[in-house]
Design a protein around this ligand. Structure first.
Ligand SMILES: O=C(O)CCC(=O)C(=O)O
Ligand SMILES: [Fe+2]
Length: 247
């Protein structure tokens, strides 16, 4: 398929943000959710040594693929598992060309975040460890992402965000450039998302199923996100062994 990125630009946001509804099929969504839950029992490549993949945080659960970054923000080179690669990176991200200018030409790192109703993530920025582009695939249920200009004091976060993006299940949200560097993003700890409409949701025109939100609110259900990024610093195994060997 050939995608026209300009056609899915979120025009009321600064550069750059794109939203694609129905980015993956229902079958693909179910398979991904299954993998996310099965892989909590198995390490990616050491099936005989069960390893819990989830890290329980105060307000959500997290998986880090292929592994956490080192203290100085380096990724130890390991390929992502196949289920996180096909079909999302290959062929779809490749067709979109979104990672073409990233240092490694493709994402090398994926965070899996799971939010139950009432859970969220504090406003934050993803920082300089990554090339400034995040591609988020949403699974299971919709959720609202809040965007805050960094120039505003953090106390503003207790009040209203500058922009809100409604992420439907099976959608893709791409934020890059200024949207990555000049904004914080967060998800409110709520049981329901309300006050939804063309005036308050900046990707309203790009939604796949506006009718579902016509009432202006919905109750949260468990929503899982896959956030794809390119970690700038990657250490190859050769370097790592040399480092461990002290030479
Ligand atoms: O779940 C999301 O959409 C956002 C996750 C996030 O901001 C992060 O992991 O840095
Ligand atoms: Fe983030």
């Amino acid at each position: 398929m050939v995608w026209d990125l300009e056609a899915v630009r979120i025009t009321c946001l600064p550069d750059d943000a794109f939203y694609i509804s129905d980015f993956i099929s229902e079958e693909e969504e179910q398979l991904l959710l299954q993998k996310v839950s099965i892989d909590q029992f198995f390490a990616s490549n050491v099936a005989s040594a069960p390893l819990p993949r989830w890290t329980q945080l105060a307000h959500r659960r997290l998986q880090t693929w292929p592994s956490s970054l080192t203290k100085n923000n380096t990724l130890l080179a390991t390929p992502l598992p196949a289920w996180l690669t096909v079909p999302i990176i290959a062929p779809r991200f490749k067709e979109l060309g979104i990672f073409n200018e990233a240092p490694h030409g493709a994402p090398n790192h994926v965070l899996v975040n799971e939010y139950r109703p009432g859970q969220g993530i504090m406003p934050h920025e993803d920082g300089p460890a990554y090339y400034p582009l995040v591609a988020t695939v949403s699974l299971g249920a919709p959720i609202v992402l809040d965007l805050y200009e960094k120039t505003q004091p953090e106390s503003q976060h207790l009040r209203s965000p500058n922009f809100r993006v409604l992420q439907e299940r099976r959608s893709l949200l791409v934020t890059r450039g200024q949207m990555y560097t000049e904004f914080r993003h967060g998800i409110a700890e709520k049981q329901a998302d309300a006050d939804l409409g063309a005036e308050t949701v900046c990707n309203w025109a790009l939604l796949g199923e506006k009718e579902a939100f016509a009432g202006g609110s919905y109750e949260r259900q468990t929503r899982t996100s896959l956030t794809y990024r390119d970690v700038r610093k990657v250490a190859t195994m050769g370097h790592t062994l040399k480092f461990l060997g002290g030479r």
